[in-house]
Design a protein around this ligand. Structure first.
Ligand SMILES: NC(=O)c1ccc[n+]([C@@H]2O[C@H](COP(=O)([O-])OP(=O)(O)OC[C@H]3O[C@@H](n4cnc5c(N)ncnc54)[C@H](OP(=O)(O)O)[C@@H]3O)[C@@H](O)[C@H]2O)c1
Length: 289
């Protein structure tokens, strides 16, 4: 497969870091983000700034854009919905209008209401919070172009990347290490996805030129409390600090889909990749810790 010039937005977030490692030997990468960390090598690109996007895309002329730039904090989206709509949806239009190449865009199982997961690509979206609404609108903008782009929906992406706030794993490990009691919901179900698993999926989708809508989540379907217990076990941390609580009692700002998650069987078959188990992934993450 030919080497491509790939521009990644949000490249210094948790998925961006894993994706950079997965692609850097086979492609020319242009790493961009709204802020570049002190020792990061990349270019500032705020995707919500239309003229900045126009100038950057005409200067770099990428063969492919991978859009990871987003406001991923679900409660922050509820709190500042104007900004969430701009970054998660309007900004995608900027990339579509000025990118003269295919786009791979990341979306979420939160486009569904959580009544009946795990969800297949054919299932009807019905978001119940602002994050889900903005991401669904971003997908619709992509289909409206009539061009062959790829949207990959995923869920509960995790790793132990020190820089990110977006990882449930990192929150659990750091809280327990600091002997802090945490309350974790026992009725929100998903199939958490390791960044490395998703990075390999994206790599294969590039190589095999997969287009359209695809779902990816790793193997285990479980609730957040069960996930937190597994993390405590693998990292040898005190599980007694983890208290289970219902979503109703926790009363988070944004409503949460309860039975979420994604059925990845279609994409798994198409790209010839089996989703890893949670135990396998946590074992590897702990070893490199
Ligand atoms: N995390 C999950 O559980 C999850 C689940 C489903 C789907 N996804 C999707 O997967 C993609 C990657 O998520 P992630 O887990 O890597 O989240 P992340 O660590 O929060 O990364 C998102 C990146 O986008 C950047 N960003 C925010 N506003 C931007 C803007 N205006 N212009 C350019 N970049 C901007 C963020 O920078 P700052 O940190 O400086 O704001 C951050 O570096 C997102 O599209 C997300 O919606 C994530």
């Amino acid at each position: 497969m030919n080497q491509q010039k790939i521009l990644i937005t949000g490249a210094f977030g948790q998925l961006g870091r894993a994706l950079t490692l997965a692609l850097k030997n086979s492609h020319e990468l242009i790493l961009t983000d709204s802020n570049i960390p002190s020792r990061g090598r990349g270019f500032v690109l705020d995707i919500s700034d239309r003229s900045f996007v126009k100038d950057s895309l005409s200067a770099f002329e990428p063969d492919l854009i991978i859009n990871l730039g987003a406001i991923t904090n679900v409660d922050a989206c509820e709190e500042n919905s104007d900004r969430a709509w701009i970054v998660n949806s309007t900004a995608v239009q900027n990339l579509l209008d000025f990118g003269k190449c295919p786009l791979i865009h990341l979306s979420t199982d939160y486009v569904f209401d959580g009544e009946n997961g795990p969800y297949k690509e054919e299932d009807e979206p019905n978001p119940i919070n602002i994050y889900g609404e903005t991401k669904l609108e971003s997908e619709e903008r992509i289909w409206a172009t009539g061009k062959k782009h790829l949207v990959i929906r995923t869920n509960v992406v995790y790793d132990y990347a020190p820089q990110t706030q977006a990882s449930f794993l990192k929150w659990v490990v750091e809280s327990l290490k600091n002997k802090q009691e945490i309350f974790v919901v026992n009725d929100q179900y998903n199939n958490p996805t390791w960044t490395n698993s998703l990075a390999e999926v994206i790599k294969r989708c590039i190589e095999q030129e997969v287009r359209g809508l695809a779902h990816w989540g790793d193997e285990d379907y479980l609730n957040r409390y069960e996930f937190a217990l597994k993390i405590a076990k693998h990292f040898a941390l005190d599980r007694k600090l983890i208290q289970e609580i219902s979503t109703e009692l926790l009363n988070q700002l944004a409503p949460r889909p309860l039975k979420g998650g994604l059925d990845a069987s279609k994409l798994s078959k198409a790209i010839g990749l089996k989703a890893p188990s949670l135990n396998e992934s946590l074992h590897i993450i702990k070893k490199r810790f």
